[in-house]
Design a binder for this molecule. Sequence first.
Ligand code: NAD
Length: 358
Amino acid sequence: MSILELMEKTDCEEILLCHDSISGLKAVIVIHDTTLGPAMGGLRIDQYPSDTEAVSDALRLSQTMTLKASAAGLNLGGGSAIILCDPKREKSEAVLRAFGRHVQSLCGRIIIGEDAGTTVEDMDIIAQETRYVVGLNKRKGGSGDPAIKGAFGVFRGIQACMEAVHGTCFLRNRTVAIQGVGSVGLELARLLSRDGARLIVSDIDESRIQRAQKALTVEVVEPEKIFGVDCDVFSPCARSGILTEKTLASLKAGIVAGSANNQLESDRVGEMMHAKGIVYAPDLVINAGGMINAAEELHGYDETTANLKVSKLFSSIQTILRISREKNIPTSMAAKQWANERLRLIRDVRRNFLPGKQ
Ligand code: NAD
């Protein structure tokens, strides 16, 4: 499919391909939908087999961001950006600043934040060339590492699921299995442990396991065993597409709630979880903590306000569970419907001409 056909299929507003011969920058910036406000999108730095694959990946990520921002009640649209290079060898100040200048050229139609392969320090460098970047260092008035608030949002989502299933949100003596103890997973483990939960963890990176063992009391299992462990909550905090028909067959948890993006391999898996009575907190809603936190930077970052807003993910998950119950549909579908409904309403409400306002 050509790029323009892809844009038509996904109803995407704008794609900017960027090149800078001095720094060697090659990047793609996608503005998927600005119905609710300027697009917000994470910047990934990675290598791709082809330009088209990078564009389709950025497009897919930006579509999710449109729905995520809408579901989080933010006045932001969906976007994403990718710098095509090896983050370990080719990421440089020049590449990041050249990228920042392209972002600035879009005059605020997109605001860039962190994603895989980028750090708070990278955002600080990009900020030298554009004011349309968030996730800056706390010392510079920024919101800092999004993973910490991301984990807090997941924790609040787990509490909402616990209340729906067990009538109480307390986690004391409950068992939570966490797949992936990276930035979000470890932070989540700390919060759960503070609340008295028992933890079972897995990671493919031995150094991450050692870090978790040093910080907390955790039981460790081999990566492929994590799906089948006896637990109340299974929390995927590693990678996309891990909820499949096969992994679902071994799952013992009554609740699935974690930070990973696009956890369901297909819509069918969401339907199967619904049919089995597993309470699933859709990633679209539960992992918005980092985005909500970063968005606070746009009007002067205040940590207490950010915490309060992220904390409200508890009631967002309650709403999704209620819609799913009332309509007898999977929670993943309820989340998409909820997000799309807000987009539709705001698009409609803004149809009349107001002098002096866009
Ligand atoms: P991270 O890279 O710091 O951590 C991911 C961890 O998962 C790593 O330790 C990795 O070794 C491990 N892992 C990978 N494959 C695994 C497997 N098969 N089994 C067990 N462990 C495995 O990433 P992160 O920032 O903690 O993000 C985790 C997930 O949450 C990602 O899917 C990310 O897209 C999503 N997410 C993150 C944020 C954020 O603010 N960081 C926000 C929204 C969503």
